[in-house]
Design a protein around this ligand. Structure first.
Ligand code: CUK
Ligand code: CUA
Length: 692
């Protein structure tokens, strides 16, 4: 394996040097350096490099792709990709174009390395915050990460992500790339249309997926779906200084009991609006089961939900909704002001647009003008023009209302293009030159197509297919660099594939997910001269990522260490932080409090004596300010483990309910004497002190 890696490096590094020479001489087939070697595969290499390329069976394309994505040892990637971790409940931080995994951010699930949820206060506090009533939730299903924005551009401050399974959201501070908040969003049970951040990070949007009994907390049978179930669109207000969600300024809008799917926020001309796709506007609950005959009665959900040819794109004016909330025309539910469906219709802030059969993605182009939806069961991508949407609303150009009185805009009045992209279109991303890139799940491909005349390069025809590239396999989302901003970067795209058959060495029935890096440089040129080019495969063996956002690395300014004595939960000085020499132990009845320091290579104090049944609180400060000097604090047989970054103070609280002598140790190999970095927790049996 080592040899394999080294060879690759030699080929690639060498090729960089020689490639310049060879291309500089504008001659790739002759013997440039005069040493008598003759290139054999047309890659323009010579000497040892050619021999290595031949031995390893590299084609000229392989070598070119290696050069495109390779980042030399010690150098940084240009982009950081934040990938949802699916049912791992985490978020992955990946360098691009090298596709190196840099970090796993714990969010909804306990994570042992960072000690998230294993005894240290920051993780325990946050996980508890996200607990549904009476239940310790220990996982989430992260689908859509969303970076904070300023003027429609990623600003590198915060990251949000939804929990598809439990209707929650997490907020991550990019200064330390740790989760700071989990919110169990009121009035929704599951979530899918989120997170999406409005262009100036006013709100993080999240909507329900499956409608729930309304008002929440009541009980109703699914046969009462239409009458008793509702969805909700949530606009979670973000604190402009901390990025945290402030529920006091947040609100929701009641939605019909359709299954709301993906969502996106408007930008530039569509700023102040939001869009949510939906399916199952048939309101089919699924098939009941006859227990006498053991057969289903009626259609399964997938059939019932696919009867109609159109579902509805929800078009919501959140800017106008703010005023309705300010005017108090809301109903309080679950602690949030809710604009009822009736009010939303009466106030003219909610409209529907027919969208072809069982749509999935809704994506707003960088100009904010084009709204792109794709029907999973329709081989076309449909494009609406926001300007025409505004006209239709102003002219009341409706083709009726839905069963809840929501006006349905005339499809033909607002639709400006349909592109036949291929089978199973799901999601669309954009470059800055008027192109959409749509993932084709069934076809395992990406289609590149052109938007309207006002944004495409001259020479291209509006709303036509330009190019296709195969991916491997069953692509879900895709993302372009800076893709959800008002100015995408026109260079890289990542395909997020669900299946990876035959792409990697067999590792058993569970295969990795497959990220594929695709070159879309010079996105402005015609496809014949600049086709999309598949460059690199990256396996992901930790959950199922759904979506990623990709930001220029230099837009983020992460801390190198925490300022001395920082509470990672608040990013403020910890009230119990100490400096070296400030260590102490205090006892007050049954409560034992320890102020402990850690540094290479010792804990102070390193012997702790408590009595069985004591409430133990240990404030641990990593008193180092050296970058990367991380220590851990783990207690054997007590299920306690935490990671302490330089400068961090964390609190470990537990009841010493088990007597005995327990080793504690540093879990990071921090120094030459790391193995010596340990101590003892002596829990004296209660009876010893019980007295006569
Ligand atoms: S969804 Cu996963 S492939 Cu949750 Cu964004 Cu479309
Ligand atoms: Cu500190 Cu090992």
């Amino acid at each position: 394996m080592k040899k394999h890696l080294r060879l690759t490096m030699v080929v690639v590094v060498g090729a960089l040097v020689l490639g310049a020479l060879v291309f500089g001489a504008s001659c790739s087939s002759d013997d440039d350096d005069g040493d008598g070697d003759t290139p054999t595969n047309g890659a323009g290499l010579d000497g040892d490099l050619q021999a290595i390329a031949d031995e390893r069976g590299f084609t000229p394309d392989d070598i070119r792709h290696a050069l495109q994505s390779f980042v030399p040892p010690g150098e940084y990637d240009e982009y950081i990709m934040f990938a949802s971790g699916g049912h791992s409940g985490q978020i992955f931080v990946i360098g691009m174009p090298s596709m190196r995994l840099l970090k796993v951010i714990a969010a909804f699930s306990p994570e042992p390395w960072q000690g998230f949820g294993l005894g240290a206060d920051w993780g325990d506090t946050i996980l508890e915050e996200g607990n549904a009533e009476g239940l310790d939730l220990t996982w989430g299903d992260v689908h859509h990460p969303a970076l904070s924005e300023t003027a429609g551009d990623y600003d590198g401050r915060w990251l949000y992500a939804n929990d598809r399974a439990n209707g929650r959201m997490a907020m991550i501070d990019l200064r330390d790339m740790r989760v700071k908040q989990i919110v169990d969003v009121p009035n929704i049970q599951t979530s899918h249309g989120g997170m999406f951040v409005t262009p100036d990070s006013e709100y993080a949007m999240i909507s329900s997926k499956f409608p729930m009994v309304w008002p929440p907390g009541d009980y109703a049978d699914v046969s009462d779906y239409e009458a008793k179930f509702r969805g909700a669109a949530s606009y979670l207000a973000l604190d402009p200084d901390t990025g945290q969600v402030n529920l006091d300024d947040s609100f929701q809008i009641e939605l019909p009991p359709y299954t709301q799917d993906l969502a996106d926020a408007g930008k530039l001309i569509s700023s102040g609006w939001s869009f949510i796709g939906s399916f199952n506007t048939e309101m089919a609950p699924g098939a009941d089961f006859d227990v006498d005959t053991d057969t289903p009665i009626g259609d399964p959900l997938e059939i019932g939900a696919s009867e109609e040819n159109f579902d509805y794109l929800h078009v919501i004016n959140w800017k106008a909704a703010e005023q309705i909330v300010a005017d108090g025309k809301t109903t309080e539910m679950g602690g949030l002001p809710v604009i009822t469906l009736e009010t939303a219709v009466a106030e003219g802030i909610f409209y529907l647009i027919p969208e072809p059969k069982s749509p999935h993605g809704i994506d707003v182009d960088p100009t904010g003008r084009y709204l792109v939806v794709s029907g999973k069961l329709d081989p076309t991508t449909t494009i609406y023009d926001f300007e025409k949407v505004q006209e239709a609303i102003a002219n009341e150009d409706f083709e009726g209302t839905d069963p809840f009185g929501v006006p349905i805009l005339n499809f033909d009045s607002v639709m400006v293009g349909q592109v036949e992209v291929g089978l199973g279109p799901l999601h669309t991303q954009f470059d800055s030159k008027g192109h959409g890139y749509t993932s084709l799940f069934l076809e395992s491909a990406i289609a590149k197509w052109s938007l309207g005349d006002d944004v495409i390069p001259s020479g291209e025809t509006a709303f036509t297919l330009q190019d296709k590239v195969n991916v491997h396999f069953n692509i879900g989302h895709l993302a372009t660099a800076e893709g959800d901003t008002v100015s995408p970067d026109d260079n890289w795209m990542v395909a997020l594939n669900k299946w990876s058959i035959d792409r990697y060495a067999p590792i058993g029935p569970l295969h990795p997910q497959n990220f594929q890096l695709i070159d879309i440089k010079d996105g402005l040129a015609m496809a014949e001269t600049n086709p999309m080019d598949l460059v690199y495969d990256m396996p992901i063996g930790i959950g199922e990522p759904h979506y990623v956002q990709i930001i220029k690395a230099d837009k983020i300014a992460p801390w190198e260490t925490y300022p001395a004595g920082t509470d990672a939960l608040t990013m403020e000085p910890h009230s119990e932080a100490i400096v070296s020499g400030g260590e102490r132990i205090e006892r007050d009845g049954n409560n034992v409090t320890v102020w402990m320091s850690v540094q290479r290579s010792h804990f102070v104090p390193d012997i702790l004596r408590v009595t069985e049944g004591d409430n133990v609180t240990i404030y641990v400060t990593n008193v180092e300010q050296t970058r990367d000097a991380t220590h851990g604090f783990a207690i054997a047989d007590y299920n306690v483990q935490g990671s302490l970054e330089p400068g961090e103070t964390a609190t470990f609280e537990f009841v010493a309910d088990k007597s005995g002598v327990f080793n504690f140790y540093c879990t990071e190999f921090c120094s030459a004497l790391h193995l010596e970095m340990s101590g003892w927790l002596l829990v004296e049996p209660a009876s010893v002190n019980a007295g006569p």
